[in-house]
Design a protein around this ligand. Structure first.
Ligand code: NAD
Length: 491
């Protein structure tokens, strides 16, 4: 039997106690079968620790705890109390930011620069959710008769939340923030590759005064416990972020009991550079759009479209910029791009590089692994691509981008919209009329103009098409965690 906490020294020099148990009803516990799984550092390919693995019987216990917490106090608590808990949690995340950022870089492989940005946005978003907790009003409806009608926004109940490995702590905050603000309780499964930050943050959940059972964290494998989480009769909603294939499966699984489902899925987002853009700035943005977070970003600008008159100039500048980025040890000063998160992921990325070459795309830079230890990939640019190539159509989820040429606005809109996805798009131009016109015609849940991967806690994020259902962050996120009750009273 392994301990429920292990001391870990981060490469940044900080030593801390890492919880390794399931977090159920406010306590860290062994899984009932005492099974554990290995957590690997993607930068060294060495074991960090083992954590306990939840199985179906643990899911049942966690859901029962969440149901009790929902019914006994949280759903009926004074919203001002829920607000104070979330404010406190936001403060604690901020206070523990260096440890949390270090855990994230250790576990996921991303550079400290990216991890610090994640922790900062997680804390801001939790605070924003606290602010909304006591301001989620219903409406009164004047029906012009002697009847008085009004609506209430009521919580749903126990929510199952399943998150991916690319933004473990940020996705934890995007999921629990709006659920808790609106009076729901949660059972959250972090990705098997990256369970550490959500477990560490569970201690902060306790310290914030959030009652036992409101948040439950189950490290484990989606294929093993996902089904139980999505079919259990006491789960009223499933919120999922991850691949479109798994999203499709979850939607089917949850349909038997008509659970509410929100999905934040994959993308293949276009990033368009017009000839009249500030090219230096545009190049920075397209590089940031694809290489940030090692390209493991659902809304990565992975299809770049450059207007023909500046194509060669932009391609050269983009190549120079990509080659200047420091890739390597996520804890090293100045490193922009760390490791890919898993063996599976680096294999997939390198496979796609071969696919692209086989399809006739030209490697402008990169296209290979870096070093012989750790999952590092050179920033990779493909040019001379055609729109039917798999590297242009499919989500690669790594630092690999295709660059295509266009001449007119209509042509680039057609190319940009020729995708099953619709998560985000980027537009680079100094012409405000063109920027607005294109932003309205492009099919995407978020459009960034002269910027990219630019998030704010009060701005909603989510997909068109097969990129998902529902919105996270912003006022819209609370719609996904409340149901409207209409009350009609005869006076
Ligand atoms: P995934 O979608 O399978 O995993 C995401 C989460 O879903 C994990 O927590 C996983 O345990 C869980 N899961 C897996 N199968 C499940 C099931 N049957 N029921 C319930 N939960 C389940 O993604 P992956 O396999 O880790 O990665 C595959 C590809 O997905 C990646 O290469 C990448 O292209 C893409 N991806 C996209 C995003 C995104 O945000 N768009 C995030 C992660 C991965």
């Amino acid at each position: 039997i392994r301990p429920l906490k292990v001391p870990i020294t981060l490469p940044s020099g900080i030593t801390y106690d890492q919880p390794t148990g399931l977090f159920i009803n406010g306590e860290f516990v062994n899984s009932q079968q005492h099974k554990t799984f290995e957590v690997v550092n993607p930068s060294t390919e060495q074991e960090i620790t083992h954590v306990y693995e939840a199985r179906e019987e643990d899911v049942d216990v966690a859901i029962a705890a969440a149901k009790r917490a929902f019914e006994s106090n949280w759903s009926t608590a004074d919203p001002e109390f829920r607000a104070r808990c979330l404010y406190k949690l936001a403060d604690l995340v901020e206070e523990h930011s260096e440890i949390l950022a270090g855990i994230e870089s250790l576990d996921n492989g991303k550079s400290l620069l990216c991890s610090r940005a994640d922790v900062s946005l997680a804390s801001k978003y939790l605070r924003s959710c606290g602010g909304w907790a006591d301001k989620l009003y219903g409406r009164t409806i004047d029906t012009g008769s002697s009847h008085f009608s009004y609506t209430r926004r009521e919580p749903l109940g126990v929510c199952a939340q399943i998150i991916p490995w690319n933004f473990p702590l940020l996705m934890w905050s995007w999921k629990i923030g709006p659920a808790l603000a609106t009076g729901n309780t949660v059972v959250l499964k972090p990705a098997e590759a990256t369970p550490l930050s959500a477990l560490y943050a569970s201690q902060l959940v306790n310290q914030a005064g959030i009652p036992a059972g409101v948040v439950n964290i189950l490290p484990g494998f989606g294929k093993m416990i996902g089904e139980r989480m999505c079919t259990h009769k006491d789960v009223k909603k499933v919120a999922f972020t991850g691949s479109t294939a798994t999203g499709r499966h979850i939607m089917r699984t949850a349909s038997d009991t008509i659970k509410k489902v929100t999905l934040e899925l994959g993308g293949k987002s276009p990033n368009i550079v017009f000839a009249d853009a500030d090219l230096q700035r545009a190049v920075r943005n397209i590089a940031f759009g694809i290489f940030y977070n090692s390209g493991e970003v659902c809304c990565a600008g992975s299809r770049v479209y450059v207007q023909d008159t500046v194509y060669e100039e932009v391609l050269q500048k983009f190549k120079d910029f990509a080659e200047s980025l420091k890739v390597g040890n996520p804890f090293e000063e100045g490193v922009f791009q760390g490791a890919q998160t898993s063996q599976m992921q680096i294999d997939k990325i390198l496979d796609y590089v071969q696919v692209g070459k086989g399809e006739g795309a030209r490697v402008v830079t990169g296209g290979e692994r870096l070093g012989d230890r750790g999952y590092f990939v050179k920033p990779t640019i493909f040019a001379d691509v055609t729109e039917d190539m798999r590297v242009v159509k499919e989500e690669i989820f790594g630092p690999v981008v295709t660059v295509s040429k266009f001449s007119t606005v209509d042509e680039v809109i057609e190319m940009a919209n020729d995708s099953q996805y619709g998560l985000a798009a980027g537009i680079h131009t100094k012409d405000v009329n063109k920027a607005i016109d294109v932003s309205h015609r492009v099919k995407a849940g978020t459009v960034w103009i002269n910027t990219y991967n630019d998030f704010h806690q009060n701005v909603p994020f989510g997909g068109f098409g097969q990129s998902g259902i529902g919105r996270e962050m912003g006022a819209e996120s609370f719609d996904n965690y409340t149901q409207v009750k209409a009350v009609r009273l005869s006076i």
